[in-house]
Design a protein around this ligand. Structure first.
Ligand SMILES: [Zn+2]
Length: 448
């Protein structure tokens, strides 16, 4: 189910009666638009509503409140995603506690997201832990911010069990893909260390839900921004993902993949997390990306290497949303629907020991021919191959190949003689190449 949220309040509406705000929020809810953005990967989304917008003594004061959330939650903190139309603002939070008390206002923090018109206001405080609802207040000299979404930080209560990690299944001799190192993108060290994976049992794909990069320079900047968000705003030890891939197919190292990450609530042990930059969930605003060919190839090569190196069966690859208690659309519909294809393709890559080649067949040469004509072709994976010569009426003249062939480069020749050993007369013939997934006709001219 989509969570609804008040999307946008044009700035002139503060002059009008609150009934307008009510109508606008109703319209936004009916249109079912949402923008969870970067909050989706670090928090449990909780809808919120604006309860007050007032201009007092040249100060624009906006107060919002969240819906009530479960008493079972013990949140570390709260965050609200908003536009950064005002560069200077003060933010504060207060909480409704489980016992009904309303706390005092506490000063919050602001984190600006580079290359976007968004900021996150947030707080991490022990007072959050007893809350069942929160208020946020933004005071600006410039205008009212636009509120996109809000969420609460749930602690990772997972117990990291002991175990013995088995590595190196080495089905194939796969080289490690080129990976941009932490020092190359300017990573900070972890703030409070790591726990090592006791075993390797899960593979998870994410999308960055708001961070995006078309090339390596943008990619490095976005990696630093994600690390800022995860370390400073969310309070994790380091960037939560083990690998990040941009739209040009560049792969970046996040956390070392041998240590437990922070990317799937309650399921981080033994789980290697890969995140694709971009936003792939069209029901949300500004989230209509499709995976590029470059990202797709990089994902397959990386997962094949991880599977080989850490003894994974590629069939266990899941999307973030497939785990229980992870109430998220990540990695987005446009990625999630491709997961079965990815599992297959990673397995194929592993079995082939490299990227699947394409079928290809050359023109025959010489052509026209008198004595003998040759054809080169390439088989990308073990396959039943048929290469047959037909005459103009479609009658079979000569079967050149009818057998299962393994991956490789092949040559075949035709000397102008039929299956019955007769020399064929001058004229036009067709060579038909057929496999499970590919077929092609070549025209051949025989001149006596
Ligand atoms: Zn995710």
């Amino acid at each position: 189910m989509e969570l609804n949220f008040l999307i946008s309040i044009p700035k002139f509406f503060f002059k009008f009666d609150r009934i307008y705000l009510f109508i606008i929020s109703l319209l936004a809810m009916m249109s079912n638009l949402s923008l969870y953005g970067q909050l989706e990967e670090i928090s449990r989304i909780v809808p919120s509503h604006i309860v007050q917008m007032e201009k007092i003594n040249n100060q624009f004061i906006l107060i919002g409140r969240s819906d009530t959330y479960s008493q079972n939650y013990v949140p570390d903190g709260m965050a609200v995603l908003l536009d950064k139309s005002m560069m200077e603002m003060e933010v504060s939070f207060r909480f409704r506690e489980k016992n009904g008390n309303l706390t005092r206002w506490i000063k919050g923090e602001i984190s600006r997201l580079p290359n976007s018109e968004r900021s996150i206001i947030y707080i991490r405080h022990e007072m959050c832990q007893k809350s069942v609802m929160f208020y946020f207040k933004v005071i600006s000299q410039v205008g009212f911010p636009e509120i996109f979404s809000s969420g609460i930080f749930l602690p990772d209560l997972e117990k990291y069990p002991k175990g013995k990690a088995v590595r190196k299944q080495q089905i194939a001799d796969l080289p490690k893909p080129v990976i941009i190192t932490r020092s190359e993108w300017g990573a900070r060290p972890s703030t409070h260390g790591y726990s090592t994976h006791p075993y390797y049992t899960k593979l998870t794909l994410h999308h960055a839900a708001g961070f995006s990069a078309e090339d390596i320079d943008e990619g490095k900047e976005q990696l630093r921004a994600i690390q800022d968000l995860h370390q400073f705003v969310r309070g994790w030890s380091d960037i939560g993902y083990h690998f990040v891939i941009d739209k040009a197919g560049n792969i970046y190292q996040g956390r070392p993949e041998t240590v437990i990450g922070a990317h799937v609530l309650g399921n981080n042990t033994g789980n290697i997390g890969v995140c694709v930059l971009g936003c792939y969930h069209p029901p949300e605003l500004y989230c209509g990306d499709w995976l590029s060919d470059e990202t797709t190839s990089a994902l397959v090569a990386l997962y094949a290497w991880i599977s080989n190196e850490y003894n994974y069966n590629p069939n266990i690859l899941l999307g973030h949303r497939d785990y229980p208690n992870n109430d998220t659309s990540c990695p987005g519909n446009n990625v999630h629907e491709n997961l079965p294809w990815f599992r297959n393709e990673i397995e194929r890559y592993l079995n082939l020991g490299g990227p699947p080649l394409e079928f290809s067949i050359s023109s025959n040469y010489p052509n026209p021919f008198n004595n003998k004509t040759k054809i080169n072709y390439q088989v990308p994976s073990k396959n039943h191959i048929n290469i047959i010569i037909y005459d103009l009426l479609g009658r079979e003249v000569k079967t050149l190949i009818n057998q299962v062939q393994s991956k490789g480069d092949y040559k075949v020749a035709w000397d102008g003689v039929s299956n019955l050993g007769e020399a064929m007369s001058s004229g036009v013939y067709f060579l038909r190449f057929e496999s499970d997934r590919f077929s092609k006709n070549n025209k051949i001219i025989l001149i006596k």
